[in-house]
Design a protein around this ligand. Sequence first.
Ligand code: SAH
Ligand code: F3S
Length: 483
Amino acid sequence: MTVQTFIPSAVKAASENTVTQPMHTADVSIKKLYIETQGCQMNEYDSHRMADLLGDSHGYVLTDNPNEADILLMNTCSIREKAQEKVFSGLGRWRKLKEQNPDLVIGVGGCVASQEGDNIQKRAPYVDMVFGPQTLHRLPQMLDQHQAQVEKPKKEKIKLVDISFPDIEKFDFLPEPRVEGFKAFVSIMEGCSKYCSFCVVPYTRGEEVSRPLDDVLAEIAGLAEKGVREISLLGQNVNGYRGETFDGDICTFPELLRLVAEIPGIGRLRYTTSHPLEFSDDLIQCYRDLPQMVSHLHLPVQSGSNDVLQAMKRNHTIDVYIDKIAKLRKVRPDMHLSSDFIIGFPGETDAHFAETLQFIKDLDFDHSYSFVYSKRPGTPASELPDNTPEQVKKDRLAQVQQVIKQSSIDKTDAMLGKIERVLIEKVSDKDPNVLIGTADNTRLVTFIGDAAWIGRFAEIEITEIKTLNLVYGELLNLEPDVA
Ligand code: SAH
Ligand code: F3S
């Protein structure tokens, strides 16, 4: 089981790669699959589905060693240029593996695949399959097609590229998620229709499409039966959720939250990501009514300047954001708030930047993410004149990151003496009497306890701050198992 790191959102993004971890013991006679995941939690979710899919259809098991794999899959991210560059450098390394083992199958999925299509194979001809975020469910067929043409001469081979957007068909073909541990991600919608002027997501993942309500509820009920206690609902813009009900009505995101909270076993609810514009009063009421909702919200704002927000086509002002947060903090005074910021957007002046810096201080954000603006081909912002020198942008970013870091440290320090609700997840590797869990605000909490309590929630009084992301505490109350 993995313990969630101190990363609340989709934006863990692009800064790091993860390798989808094997759940099975390795065995040399078994065919092995290695998946490298770049980018957001949606991609991580998709990578797990790919592993489930190829496990069920072809018996592949995951390995964390690319050198022993029979298939290498790269699930790519194109949110910023840096992320995109990683794809070809990573593929260059895989090419060497293929030279040693010509039977090795290489597949590229995710948003770069979606954007580049067969250009991927033009630049990297040793790539066998290219698939988009919405066609990953067709991987088993693609693999069969690939195997069927292995022996054929080169000119008879067809290129295996499928980056279409076949609505939400994907979910009808995915096997039930395998469960490990007490936390699970559930994708509730795909794509985004907001078209912020800087962002590639609407082009790479398509417009918003919601999964039908009953499918989402059935998946969560199944996970709860298998012991899952914390659900993170995933989508690029979850509060745009409009899931069809069995009688043809539409279920909104706040309605969905209320239904999920009724499922026995679900003791904690998170979601990522939402847009401020659709952060509705109904949603705020959920925070008042549903104890399962964590006191932690990641609500990207991108800038503290109205001029910049307008150029970004975010369609709201700073005051709208401030009002919504004030309402939210009224029903949840202990709310931890985090956000995403883009620094150095075309036309951002020193004065605009100063507004952003002040805004970050005023809103008292917890750990947030900030990035220098990256020009993405095909987006409206890529046409805007941009006269700010790169070094100025970098300096601004450093200032923002310093303020954000200090504010996260202050938030952790403020936990001292407070009582936190913790999901108990595992025993410490170092001491069998010490348990480790996560608080609402994603900090790791350790305390003395009994391994039999794993999977339950507890009230822990925080007695010592160890690091930015680790605190010690003492048990005050162990909740009965929520199932
Ligand atoms: N659906 C999410 C955003 C997903 S992208 C939302 O709006 O909430 C994750 C983050 O990457 C964004 O919030 C933004 O801060 C950053 N990002 C997106 N496009 C970018 C670009 N062109 N340059 C720099 N950062 C970008
Ligand atoms: Fe991108 Fe804006 Fe949607 S940042 S994911 S277009 S809300």
